[in-house]
Design a protein around this ligand. Structure first.
Ligand SMILES: Cc1cc2nc3c(=O)[nH]c(=O)nc-3n(C[C@H](O)[C@H](O)[C@H](O)COP(=O)(O)OP(=O)(O)OC[C@H]3O[C@@H](n4cnc5c(N)ncnc54)[C@H](O)[C@@H]3O)c2cc1C
Ligand SMILES: *[C@@H]1O[C@H](CO)[C@@H](O)[C@H](O)[C@H]1NC(C)=O
Ligand SMILES: *[C@@H]1O[C@H](CO)[C@@H](O)[C@H](O)[C@H]1NC(C)=O
Ligand SMILES: *[C@@H]1O[C@H](CO)[C@@H](O)[C@H](O)[C@H]1NC(C)=O
Ligand SMILES: *[C@@H]1O[C@H](CO)[C@@H](O)[C@H](O)[C@H]1NC(C)=O
Ligand SMILES: *[C@@H]1O[C@H](CO)[C@@H](O)[C@H](O)[C@H]1NC(C)=O
Ligand SMILES: *[C@@H]1O[C@H](CO)[C@@H](O)[C@H](O)[C@H]1NC(C)=O
Length: 580
């Protein structure tokens, strides 16, 4: 195997080498899980890795655990202090080839890894950790891709050796799908170019020309909003700036503040460019590979590597209003009343075109809120926007700290978004051990008084924060349930909820697991079993059904056709029953 690979590498004709390699892949038809892992005789030698490095322009990284300076054998107080100070910063984590946003997935199930301790309260360097520091769940080798050729070479390399292969973009996945012990990954986060294309017609279709943003796989939400603003357009996108807008976000659904206006991320992509499991490059849209196009819109990252997404744009808003801040209550009964009032006003807020996100904090009996109202014509005043939330500001025993903002002109969306980013970032702390478990909140449930009562009781009694994204429904409900691969439940959804369950920096504890199980049980009793694929930690639910419902059988059959050898795999991804 290694011999023939060297042969290919020494060929100067790329097309010939692709043909040879494709032939070899056919011969390896038995490949798939269990994958060839480091330490096994099938694993490439250092010399082979070096040869491979030359084919990716020297962009192959042999990774080391970034937390090493905090461990006794490799301790360095200054470096450890800096790690402890920076580990919660999104940009810092984004810059590391072998790190995720949540550290629990950086470790293996038996807690092997190299997590960075918390910063001591006095601000000094954490003392040395007396434990072995290992790569844990992170990749041993990473290609820091700068172009599609790097991705083609990486996929072919993984397929040739039957490596455990991962596509890592920003590492935001709550299910650790972009990592895996002993894996080899292609890192796409730096392929973040964007281009505005006027009069774009998806190849081979007769769709009406439209203006789209052609986005590399590393373009993130903040980047997409900024690029749109610079070009006088708006697009879908999430709440957090660093989420990969054309990677995992759009492949798994894609929700955000503009959802009720424009739909899910999957409803806003008109074409992809991909690298398939055999290393071939293809354009995918409703006319070209329509089954794959369907699967990529909600089926997640198990079908192909997306190298470009063409995302719909809309004319810039004239005005965007924001309402944001907190309401904090002095005791449990006033907190319970405030939550009850907040749940009751959700439908009215949506009818008033407010969309946003709110998060409870049972520990401080508070609620943090970000809400947007967007206008293409005459705008309402900020006082009119604020009035929607008036009921939670007058609950006896609770104190409101709500602020408003108004932004006009073609940059109004970005300005409004930037205005509330500090609150969003504060609510989405990273660099810690955290599970997230979600459920969809259907229109039927929220519109039924008994359903609203159940939702209130769930939130009031939850031992952990509850995050409600009042940012779906509307346009997301105007798409047929089988038009894309997302759970059909999204097409009759009002909002969705997440329950974050944090644990200590050392790793997952039995208590954390038990809290997850208990929370999941009460979520199912309240909301049912449908979850958001991108924000999910399976517990007590059938992951295939809860993530995709009746769309799963079709997804699995497409997976078997486009990736018969299981080159692409990840936890609780389509086809992962076979191993990942
Ligand atoms: C703080 C925070 C805030 C969030 N906010 C939102 C939000 O507002 N709205 C929302 O919808 N979601 C949100 N999410 C969830 C987010 O959508 C998921 O974490 C998503 O998986 C991120 O995709 P990524 O590419 O950035 O991350 P990664 O972890 O790098 O990748 C996630 C998955 O996608 C696959 N993948 C990535 N790129 C590609 C590619 N080019 N081709 C094929 N597969 C690929 C990976 O293999 C992996 O399976 C948030 C997550 C966090 C941590
Ligand atoms: C790949 O090549 C570059 C440039 O020569 C080098 O810096 C890097 O260390 C190499 N990576 C590996 C894993 O050998
Ligand atoms: C990855 O490549 C980008 C350029 O595309 C570079 O800026 C960055 O420093 C590289 N990261 C690492 C860890 O090598
Ligand atoms: C308030 O609720 C919390 C969480 O449910 C509970 O721990 C606490 O004991 C309650 N306090 C009072 C005064 O009832
Ligand atoms: C909400 O938006 C819709 C669609 O733009 C509009 O018809 C309606 O009047 C708006 N409602 C309010 C209360 O502004
Ligand atoms: C936005 O435009 C409206 C209508 O022209 C105007 O009344 C309002 O004062 C403007 N707001 C800001 C913040 O400039
Ligand atoms: C938590 O649950 C996971 C999955 O069931 C398991 O692998 C792990 O060992 C558990 N951890 C602890 C500390 O109980």
């Amino acid at each position: 195997m290694i011999h023939s690979y060297s042969l290919i590498m020494s060929s100067h004709k790329r097309s010939l080498s692709l043909m040879l390699l494709t032939g070899q892949l056919v011969a390896l038809a038995a490949a798939g899980p269990p994958y060839c892992l480091p330490g096994s005789p099938c694993y490439p030698s250092e010399a082979s890795w070096s040869q491979f490095n030359a084919t990716v322009g020297g962009r192959l990284i042999k990774t080391t655990p970034y937390g090493a300076p905090c461990y006794a054998a490799t301790y360095n107080a200054d470096e450890c202090l800096s790690l402890a100070q920076n580990k919660g910063k999104l940009a810092f984590r984004d810059s590391l080839p072998a790190a995720l946003m949540y550290t629990n997935w950086e470790q293996t199930a038996d807690l092997s890894g190299c997590p960075v301790p918390d910063l001591p309260t006095d601000g000094s360097a954490p003392p040395p950790v007396n434990a072995i520091c290992t790569l844990g769940g992170m990749s041993n080798y990473v290609v820091n891709a700068t172009g599609v050729d790097d991705i083609v070479a990486s996929v072919q390399w993984a397929a040739t050796f039957n490596l455990r292969f991962r596509i890592k973009n920003t590492g935001h996945c709550y299910a650790g799908r972009s990592a895996g012990e002993g894996s080899f990954s292609v890192w796409t986060v730096h392929m973040n170019d964007a281009e505005l294309v006027d009069d774009f017609v998806p190849k081979a279709t007769s769709l009406a020309p439209q203006t789209v943003i052609s986005a590399g796989p590393g373009v993130n939400v903040g980047g997409l909003y900024k690029f749109g603003s610079d070009n006088g357009v708006v697009t879908i996108g999430g709440f957090t700036q660093t989420v990969g807008a054309s990677g995992g976000y759009i492949l798994g659904g894609g929700t955000g503040p503009l959802g009720p206006k424009f739909g899910l991320g999957v409803d806003n992509v008109v074409q992809f460019e991909v690298v398939m499991a055999d290393g071939s490059r293809h354009t995918v849209n409703e006319a070209l590979k329509p089954d794959l196009f369907w699967a990529l819109r909600g089926g997640g990252g198990a079908f192909a590597v997306v190298t470009r997404a063409y995302i719909k744009t809309y004319p810039a808003f004239k005005t965007v209003n924001t309402v944001s801040g907190q309401v904090v209550c002095q005791d449990n009964s006033s907190y319970g009343e405030m939550i009850s009032v907040m749940v009751d006003l959700q439908v009215a807020a949506r009818n008033a075109n407010q969309t946003g996100i709110w998060e409870t904090d049972p520990a401080t009996r508070g609620l943090a809120l970000v809400s947007f109202a967007t206008f293409t014509g005459d705008a309402e005043t900020v006082d009119q926007s604020l009035a929607v939330y008036h009921p939670i500001t007058i609950v006896p025993g609770c104190q409101p700290f709500l602020a408003t903002g108004q932004f006009n002109g073609s940059g109004s969306w970005l300005a409004a978004y930037n205005n509330v980013v500090p609150i969003l970032d504060a609510g989405g702390t990273v660099g810690l051990n955290l599970f997230s478990t979600s459920r969809l909140i259907s229109n039927d449930l929220i519109n039924d008084p008994a359903g609203r009562e159940k939702i209130k009781q769930f939130i009031i009694t939850s031992p952990v924060p509850t995050i409600i994204q009042n940012a779906v429904g509307g346009a997301t409900n105007q798409v047929s349930p089988d038009a894309t691969a997302v759970n059909p439940g999204w097409r009759n959804v009002f909002a969705f909820m997440d329950g974050p369950i944090a644990g200590p920096w050392q790793g997952i504890t039995a208590t954390q697991n038990a809290t997850l199980e208990a929370l999941s049980t009460s979520q199912t009793a309240t909301f049912g079993t449908a979850v958001y694929y991108n924000e999910q930690q399976p517990a007590n639910v059938d992951w295939q059904d809860s993530q995709w419902g009746s769309n799963y059988p079709r997804l699995l059959s497409i997976k078997r056709k486009v990736d018969p050898n299981g080159v692409f795999s990840c936890r609780n991804c389509v086809g992962s029953e076979a191993g990942f």
